[in-house]
Design a binder for this molecule. Structure first.
Ligand code: SAH
Ligand code: SF4
Length: 352
């Protein structure tokens, strides 16, 4: 058995990992028609029922049997930590095998964004990331990815139907491709949460063949590429995966992704003082962004205990952004949310 996969459950499969089609197949085994799966989807994902009790349009016999057919319980929310301004919450979910997974919900005046994990830990060891320091414990299942969204939606009371979803929590989503895609399709189901593909962003450190595969899924998902450096020499040091797929290959795949999906790719660039925030870095980054074409998202480094990198001063971040403006079509600075609860980018790794 692949030891990095989630342990296979001994009981029934978890509901949150079943597409409506798979649920209908399980119900068909009991002689039930497919529209029962539609009804159950609607109860769970649209009316937010977490047990069969109130599913009044289902026959009593089905309500009684439902939990034997699929496990409806969500993982336990072990901890919720909120920032003082209550705009950011970090969730720690306890999974069936005792693993813990972290997710973050962020509110701004415009929108609610859920940031989910795709793995427990990460094998790729980018040198400034807390998750990379953990190593890879295991992949998450589709059910465990969907459950993070449902748990955060329940916490926020589903006041806001139109949230964004970003795969920027723990792990490299494209290294756990199939469960990630299954989760996205379940969340996208029109009889479920009906999350639009344009509201989903997959962030990758650069697994080139999987970027190409994602481009062929027929869904206009947002793609964010964690660039962080504009030369192979520096990127080899910061993102070890670059030794396998260097910049030229990564940028070619990102360009094709943009062409095939019609989506402008985002380049994420974590600013490390004195390392990648010099004037010549800005000039090269601007040229890359213009050439793709793409948006640039600057992320001032968030401190990770035990790591020696420094966050640039706000003035220096501002100067770097302004240097890009004449060259790059769209530059944003990701304002850190959640640093005080170890919930900012790159800080998920069992730190709190
Ligand atoms: N594994 C994926 C997604 C998760 S991380 C990826 O690497 O793209 C989301 C973003 O935060 C990535 O761009 C990542 O490189 C960046 N990041 C990691 N550690 C960081 C830190 N300490 N400070 C700021 N950004 C960081
Ligand atoms: Fe993994 Fe992304 Fe962290 Fe790199 S930045 S170690 S790919 S989670």
């Amino acid at each position: 058995m692949d030891t990095l996969s989630a342990p296979s459950p001994t009981g029934p499969p978890n509901f949150y990992g079943l597409s409506r089609g798979l649920l209908a197949d399980r119900l068909a085994g009991q002689g039930l028609p497919p529209y029962r799966a539609d009804q159950i989807f609607s109860w769970v994902y649209q009316k937010h029922r977490r047990s069969p009790d109130g599913m009044t349009n289902l026959p009593t016999a089905l309500r009684e049997r439902l939990e034997a057919l699929c496990e409806l319980r969500l993982p336990e929310v072990a901890t919720v930590l909120g920032t003082r301004d209550a705009l950011t919450h970090k969730f720690v979910l306890g999974l069936a095998d005792g693993a813990r997974v972290e997710s973050v919900a962020m509110r701004t005046e415009k929108r609610l964004t859920f940031c989910v994990s795709s793995q427990v830990g990460c094998a790729l060891k980018c040198t400034f990331c807390a998750t990379g320091l953990m190593g890879l414990q295991r992949n998450l299942t589709a059910a465990e990815i969907v459950a993070q969204v449902v748990a955060m939606g329940d916490f926020h009371g589903w006041q806001d139907d139109r949230f964004n979803l970003v795969f920027m929590g723990m792990g490299e989503p494209l290294a756990n491709y199939q469960p990630m895609m299954e989760a996205i399709r379940i969340l996208h189901d029109p009889l479920g949460i009906h999350l639009g593909a344009r509201r989903v962003t997959v962030s990758t450190s650069g697994i080139v063949p999987q970027i190409r595969r994602l481009a062929g899924e027929g869904l206009p998902l947002g793609l964010a590429v964690s660039l962080h450096a504009t030369t192979d020499a520096l990127r080899d040091r910061l993102v070890p995966l670059n030794r396998r797929w260097p910049l030229a290959e990564l940028l070619a795949a990102a360009r094709d992704y943009g062409r095939r999906t019609g989506r402008r790719v985002t380049l994420e660039y974590t600013l490390l003082a004195g390392v990648n925030d010099r004037d010549e870095d800005a000039v090269r980054l601007g040229a890359i962004a213009r050439d793709l074409p793409s948006k640039i998202n600057l992320i001032p480094y968030n401190p990770v205990p035990g790591l020696q990198w420094q966050r640039p001063t706000p003035e220096s971040v501002d100067a770097f952004a302004k240097r890009l403006w004449p060259m790059a079509p769209a530059v944003t600075v990701r304002h850190t949310q959640g640093g005080e609860i170890w919930a900012a980018c790159g800080q998920l790794g069992g730190l709190a």
